[in-house]
Design a protein around this ligand. Structure first.
Ligand code: B12
Ligand code: SF4
Ligand code: SF4
Length: 407
């Protein structure tokens, strides 16, 4: 079961809902949550309908765990905790002031989205959630209190809960925007059988703005609030396991893990960032766990990544969200970024990658060589076409040679 914890105790809590809510709120802030709101445990029918419609339209193809059954469970807090009466919606701000600037680096560098610069947020937030759950347990009379905690991987629609609790509002890019922190917040929940005082949803919305919809390089928004995940760079570089569709590769640019473009252009975020920078909240010393790990960085050098073996990958990315892409997925992305960056300095490393044990990596190295060109690349591709035993790699080499011929 992909919930973090299920606790049991008994009896009614003696505090009134409002007083109880205040004590929980205070403790949650003290534990390092930046946003704490409360909603009821009633079902979330719009989320269920939206999920089902989008699954049926194929927008989540490749994320096989997102099924209509899961849509039903994750849109109804009582499906997992029948005695649930309230949901505590939580937010943790994660942006730091690490540089994203890739201009004129000496070697090719890639882009990692801000949520993955530091420690794995699932682990960081899990510790906070466990502490909050223990506090909630203490508040209840023994024997009756039950709670379950969620963050991202649990069967709960994090954003729909956050919206109803008034933690933030839906942006047209489908992210939850918040007052003060923008959309740079992770979302989590504690579902409890305690009766707490619910907060009201916010009245805010995006108005006439559509900046994010037009900024998306892969044109992944079908309409405001509707994302075709199959085209989203975040899906392609993190969740997608196979070859990346040829027509989308040039649009991925230097992104090797996730994408922040539709958040970076958002005026609500820009205002929040300006305010936070002015008050020192983006500066050194704050949010240490989300600052770039030495082994990851916000824009790592790409050629050394291409040389990682399984053990090297595990060592470099343990406790980092990047481990989710697995070695073959990350190296596939690195090949695409090198092909897009167009720096011939990558040619020897890409030729070496034509001998990688993973066909997925060999195939994408071939594609990148087709983009970079030159006599060395051409000879290596011809050798791959003649000698590689894997048909998918030969097809990539053939396509790369055709690119070189201008076909
Ligand atoms: C699957 C998933 C993805 C998929 C699909 C994303 C998507 N937009 O559906 C992929 C892999 C692409 C993805 C990417 C990212 N993700 Co993601 N992802 C999830 C996950 C696991 C489920 C999301 C889900 O259920 N989607 C289904 C659709 C139907 O949900 P929805 O968009 O919220 O649908 C609502 C809106 O459409 C709205 N709506 C519809 N019509 C209208 C009309 C109006 C007027 C309004 C107001 C609303 C509205 O109603 C629907 C239901 O409430 C959640 C964690 C979780 N357990 O919830 C994280 C989560 C959504 N992801 C998160 C993050 C950080 C990201 C990335 C930013 C990571 C990155 N930098 O690369 C990108 C953002 C891309 C984007 N623009 O969405 C955060 C979002 C935090 C936030 N502030 O919103 C979450 C909540 C994880 C977490 N716990 O922090 N993700
Ligand atoms: S994360 Fe990037 S690719 Fe995905 S919708 Fe936003 S801008 Fe488009
Ligand atoms: S860029 Fe504009 S439309 Fe998009 S989420 Fe931000 S405010 Fe909303």
């Amino acid at each position: 079961m992909d919930v973090f914890e299920a606790d049991e105790q008994a009896d009614e809590c003696e505090l009134m809902p409002a007083a109880l809510s205040e004590r929980i709120r205070e403790r949650a802030y003290a534990l390092g949550f930046d946003l704490v709101r409360i909603t009821s445990a009633a079902p979330l029918p719009r989320a269920e309908a939206a999920l089902k419609t989008r699954i049926a339209a194929g927008f989540f193809e490749g994320m096989d765990w997102l099924t209509p059954e899961r849509a039903e469970v994750s849109s109804d807090p009582r499906a997992l905790l029948p005695t649930a009466r309230s949901v505590i919606a939580l937010g943790v701000f994660y942006l730091t002031d690490a540089p994203r600037d890739l201009s004129a680096p000496s070697e090719p560098h890639g882009r990692v989205s801000a949520y993955a610069w530091g420690d794995d947020y699932h682990e960081v937030i899990r510790r906070k959630l466990d502490a909050l759950a223990a506090f909630v347990r203490e508040l209840a009379s023994p024997g009756d209190e039950k709670s379950i905690v969620f963050c991202d991987t649990g069967r709960m629609v994090d954003r729909a809960v956050a919206e109803r609790a008034g933690l933030g509002w839906y942006g047209k890019n489908t992210n939850i925007l918040t007052k003060g922190w923008g959309s740079w917040v992770f979302l989590a929940e504690l579902v409890t059988s305690l009766d707490l005082a619910a907060d009201a949803p916010l009245a805010a919305n995006c108005g006439q703005c559509e900046v994010c919809l037009h900024a998306c390089p892969t044109n992944a928004f079908v309409a405001p609030y509707v994302l075709d995940a199959r085209r989203c760079i975040s899906y392609l570089t993190i969740e997608h396991r196979g070859a990346i569709p040829l027509e989308l590769r040039p649009l991925i640019g230097a992104h090797i893990f996730g994408c922040d473009i539709c958040q970076q252009v958002c005026p609500v975020n820009l205002v929040a960032e300006r305010r936070l920078r002015a008050s020192g909240r983006l500066g050194a010393g704050d949010r240490l766990e989300f600052r770039p790990r030495a082994a990851v960085g916000s824009s790592p050098e790409l050629i050394p990544l291409l040389k990682l073996d399984d053990a090297g990958f595990r060592e470099r990315f343990s406790h980092s969200p990047i481990k989710r892409a697995k070695r073959r997925g990350l190296l596939r992305n690195v090949c695409i970024a090198l092909g897009n960056l167009g720096d011939p300095v990558a040619i020897p490393a890409l030729i070496e990658a034509l001998g990688d044990p993973e066909p997925l990596v060999r195939g994408h190295a071939a594609w990148a060589l087709g983009r970079l060109g030159g006599a060395e690349a051409r000879a290596a591709l011809a050798a791959t076409l003649a000698n590689d035993a894997e048909p998918s790699v030969c097809a990539e080499a053939q396509h790369a040679l055709a690119m070189l011929d201008g076909a």
